[in-house]
Write a protein that binds this ligand. Structure first.
Ligand code: ZN
Ligand code: ZN
Length: 750
């Protein structure tokens, strides 16, 4: 058979196979999660009556899920392109699913996905949750690489190939041509919702002698039955004609080289759908704007005609939004109390551009939580009922709530004047358009910003660990880089300054291999590379060997990442093979092995102008760290548990607040900031109510920024803080689920 004839017939067969299922599902809709400009990469849920399907899972997926209380069970994942952008949140999602007792997570997508999942198993531990792909040993028994099917939907994976990756001019993805190519890293999905069954005609059934009752059910389920007079009645005799279910296509063209593979693909052509009377209701485009504007791609889009709507999820065409807002509840009162440390989020104006060649009514631009109904036919179309309102309005609403509480306001005001802080927060009616965090101007006063202050899993109020240090004349440094650290930088600083900060990151220290300390690293490295200046070296990554090995494998198999690296071991004081590296700074790093897991380190960062910062990483009280850090200007120490949980602290190799205090006093640190609080204290660690929080000890909150010289202003007025947080809890909001076990104690399989 000629190849073209084979392709046409196989496409038709594939389309026909999608006809077979019929079910009683009534409702199906998608709901946008990430747009690329709302703190999450393009992604969405498909909801049906009985199951949920997630398309792409970038960093912050978990945070979105808990912010918007979206389900974690009964999920299958579909990935359009194997990249960190689409998968950066998957390890976190897998570990949380595991802790919620989910036994396995199925993933569908291009073949390359198996390589990614193999790398993820490195962190999740292979025993407790099975990450299934059609190519994995276990998954291959029940999963097909081409088609997923259940009672709700038939989802066909269409592999897409880059025209750069092979010499064959055939880009269709037929098995013949596939053999010649490398495994695909990109896929489109054709999602065909189950057909809608025709109405049951009761009068006809009666006339045929079928008594009402369970026998009706058998007929609607497609089974023939025997009537009272012994005649066999077929379902079609009593059921109206069924309606073919609508089709949704999901497509991401990562770059131009994939365009031919989409526009010439018989499985994605309007002719194939028309030939089998299928209606493409919606195409979800996750491709960047320049792809959507490409002439060939435009022709493909236009070929579908006016019945097909287009949902666009990309960085430059969707409106900029700050989606994670529950944190405002904490941030607003903290800002009122101490505006020089706790800042409102930076509200970046939206620069969204439009797709001009399609009529406006054919396009839907993605927004957080926007729904698009696919079933029933009467509801088909977009639904903005769940989308977020204006950030400024929400911010203002929080302010008003606090202002209405006269007692609270008075104590906030008195604490502000007691602290001699003249910069009382104005009750601004909107979020400022420029970030308020000051820039470092003096070499001896670096500015620290806490990007995440929680442990193990992110919550609405605390992201996982990340600390940014900005120096005046030198580059920026990160101490750990938990999932979502990059978006936290943009949350605190807005787009423009965020870019400037990332561009100037020259050093990143990763303390150990647990996911809550480094799953945000790749986003930072990839963005840094995007913003790379020609006269600057890639950042220096100081990390344990286990992580460096993983990163090398990732860079080799999935996508190239640019960085220079040094093993933490080489920076120990005793090391005889000190590496020569050039950070364009007067900074010096010494690592100290700490008591946590294999290859866990704390670090001391010293500046030529005679200041130093010690960061503990995760550890039990560590004498070596005490000695190495003696007299430091600032100790940032983990304080995962409160004092009555000392046994937990011992088994999980962490510190209680009291133990951390003891380390701080032995070290004679000039100031100590506690961080890495267990997610059992989602808003505020009870230790904060501890009278021992005195003039030399502060507690970290997400997005707080402070100069090394100004640390004393961190000391809070405890009674006021208590009132603030009782206000937060009085809101009637239940405590966040605390069932996360520490992910941390899963030994990473080497
Ligand atoms: Zn940790
Ligand atoms: Zn840890």
């Amino acid at each position: 058979m000629l190849l073209s004839a084979w392709l046409a017939s196989s496409a038709l067969k594939a389309v026909q196979r999608q006809h077979l299922k019929m079910s009683s599902i009534v409702n199906a809709h998608i709901q946008v999660l990430g747009t690329g400009v709302n703190e999450l990469a393009p992604s969405f849920y498909l909801f049906t009556d009985s199951k949920r399907y997630v398309f792409n899972c970038g960093e912050n997926f978990q945070r979105f899920r808990s912010e918007f209380r979206l389900p974690l069970t009964k999920l299958s994942f579909f990935i359009t392109h194997v990249s960190w952008r689409n998968l950066g949140g998957f390890a976190g999602a897998a570990m949380s699913s595991r802790d919620h007792g989910v036994p396995s997570l199925p993933l569908y997508g291009p073949e390359k996905l198996e390589d990614f999942v193999e790398l993820t198993r490195y962190f999740t531990g292979s025993k407790k949750i099975k990450l299934l792909t059609p190519w994995s040993a276990e998954g291959s028994k029940t999963m097909s690489p081409d088609v997923y099917e259940d009672e709700n939907v038939n989802i066909r994976t269409v592999s897409l190939y880059s025209s750069d990756s092979h010499s064959d001019s055939d880009l269709s993805g037929s098995p013949q041509s596939k053999r010649l190519k490398v495994s695909s890293n990109t896929a489109a999905f054709v999602c065909k919702l189950s057909d809608v069954r025709g109405k049951f005609d009761v009068a006809k059934a009666k006339a045929l002698g079928i008594p009402p009752g369970p026998i009706y059910k058998q007929l609607t389920a497609g089974k023939s039955v025997t009537s009272t007079d012994g005649r066999v009645v077929q379902p079609h005799e009593v059921l109206g004609s069924s309606r073919i279910g609508p089709v949704m296509i999901v497509v991401e063209c990562p770059d131009e080289s994939y365009i031919p593979s989409v526009v010439c693909n018989p499985l994605l052509s309007i002719e194939g759908f028309s030939a089998s009377n299928q209606i493409v209701a919606l195409i979800v485009h996750m491709s960047p704007a320049h792809i959507l504007k490409d002439q060939q791609y435009r022709k493909w889009i236009e070929s579908f005609g006016s019945t097909t709507k287009h949902l666009i999820l990309n960085e430059s065409m969707c409106p900029t939004e700050l989606a994670l807002r529950r944190y405002l509840k904490v941030q607003v009162p903290l800002h009122l109390m101490n505006p020089s440390v706790y800042h409102p989020p930076a509200n970046t104006p939206s620069m969204a551009t439009a797709l001009e060649y399609l009529p406006r009514e054919s396009i839907v631009y993605g927004q957080t939580l926007l729904k698009y109904h696919l079933k029933p036919a009467t509801r088909i179309g977009e639904d903005g009922s769940a989308t977020l309102g204006s950030l400024s309005d929400e911010y203002h609403k929080h302010l008003q709530e606090i202002e209405a509480d006269k007692l609270l306001m008075n104590s906030i005001k008195s604490s502000v004047s007691n602290a001699g802080n003249k910069k009382t927060a104005e009750s601004k009616k909107s979020v400022p358009s420029k970030p308020l965090v000051p820039k470092p101007t003096e070499t001896d006063n670096p500015i620290l910003t806490f990007l995440g202050t929680g442990s193990s899993a992110p919550t609405c109020y605390r992201n996982v660990t990340g600390i940014l240090v900005q120096t005046a004349s030198n580059g920026n440094v990160l101490f750990d880089c938990g999932e979502g650290s990059l978006s936290q930088i943009y949350r605190c600083f807005g787009t423009e300054r965020g870019n400037e900060i990332v561009r100037n990151i020259d050093g990143i220290f990763i303390s150990h291999i647990h996911g809550d300390h480094h799953l945000g690293l790749l986003s930072v490295l990839l963005r840094r590379e995007q913003l790379q200046q020609s006269n600057r070296d890639p950042p220096l990554l100081i990390a344990p060997d286990l992580l460096l090995t993983w990163l090398r494998r990732y860079s080799h198999t999935i996508q190239k990442v640019s960085y220079r690296s040094v093993d933490c071991k080489a920076l120990e004081k005793s090391s005889t093979t000190k590496p020569v590296f050039s950070i364009p700074t007067e900074l010096d790093f010494e690592t100290v092995p700490v008591l946590h897991c294999k290859s866990a380190y704390g670090v001391i960062m010293r500046h030529a102008s005679d200041w130093s910062i010690v960061y503990s990483g995760d550890t039990r009280p560590c004498q070596a760290l005490v000695e190495a850090g003696r007299g430091t200007n600032l100790l940032i120490h983990e304080a995962t548990f409160e004092d009555n949980l000392v046994e937990d602290a011992k088994t999980k190799m962490h510190c209680t607040f009291g133990e951390a205090l003891e380390v701080s006093s032995k070290m004679c640190s000039k100031f100590t900031v506690m961080t890495h609080f267990s997610s059992r204290y989602p808003r505020i660690p009870t230790v904060l109510m501890d009278a021992r929080v005195g003039s030399k000890v502060g507690v970290a909150f997400d997005c707080m920024s402070i100069g090394l010289k100004d640390l004393e202003s961190l000391c809070v007025d405890l009674p006021v803080l208590k009132k603030i947080f009782s206000h937060v809890t009085e809101e009637g909001e239940e405590e966040q689920s605390v069932s996360y076990q520490d992910w941390e104690h899963e030994d990473a399989a080497a």
